[in-house]
Design a binder for this molecule. Sequence first.
Ligand code: C2E
Ligand code: MG
Ligand code: MG
Ligand code: MG
Length: 280
Amino acid sequence: HADLAMYSAKEAGRNGLAFYHAQLSEQVVKRVKLESDLRLAFERKEFVLHYQPRVSVQTGKIIGVEALVRWYHPERGLVFPDAFIPICESNGMIRQLGKEVLDIATKQQAIWAQQGQPISVAINISPQQIKHDGFFEEIVEIVMRNKCNPRLIELEITESTLLGNDQQVHNFLSAVESMGMSIALDDFGVGYSNLIYLQRFPIKTLKIDKSFIQGLEENKALASLVVSMCQLMGFTAVAEGVETEAQMKWVAEQAIEEYQGYYFSKPLPLAEINQLLAIR
Ligand code: C2E
Ligand code: MG
Ligand code: MG
Ligand code: MG
């Protein structure tokens, strides 16, 4: 009996391992396919931007948009950034993708301005892009080439970009700021940085993470505290992820300047954002 028990335990272990290997290689195959599809995506121009309105709480008018990248995959259809940005960040492709996003977004900003719609465009930037020497020169080149107004460009960075208080990051942010661009800190409140630390950087706006807005029913006091801190330190507050009337009401009560969220509009393809801008 003891032998039998030992035998089956061994078998089970072996099968478990085999199962584990099968799963692992399936993951590896998927990942390799995804990376080679991503490489093709650049050549085939499969990346597009969708634009989500950023709205003034006071006037209810659109003051800008956030550019959010999408991948139109030939077989999978519309792919959202959470499914490929982390991969691009880990294999270095984010630099090329980031450049493409900057190029499309700044071109579009110039087109809107020409059409009499001088709205601001916010662009998400990964830490790896900023940590690469030469990124500032790349931005200058793209902005000049596309004849875009840097005063209407906002770069959204995350707290992980600031970790370590790297002098190079500080220099980069100061340089883009002196070009006229502004800096927003995305997903504020879920990271590690404290406000005193944030004040060292030329950051204008804090985007209050959507988890606070969506957690309002459970913890209003916490969300209020985060907003108050932000305002006391002189940052402009933007509420992310506003979906309901009740959330909208709270945002207005807090004297938050701007908001984004499904309550006003989801991120939209160019044709649809153009329609919305025309009637604004
Ligand atoms: P993010 O910059 O914080 O963008 C906000 C995300 O929240 C977007 O997801 C947007 O669609 C979603 N959102 C907006 N309003 C609401 C709402 O009312 N409710 C809910 N539940 N969600 C809402 P998306 O487009 O899937 O983007 C996810 C993240 O991917 C972005 O978060 C950003 O970190 C990253 N990302 C997107 N585009 C780029 C890009 O061009 N470059 C880089 N580096 N990252 C990007
Ligand atoms: Mg963002
Ligand atoms: Mg965010
Ligand atoms: Mg995010």
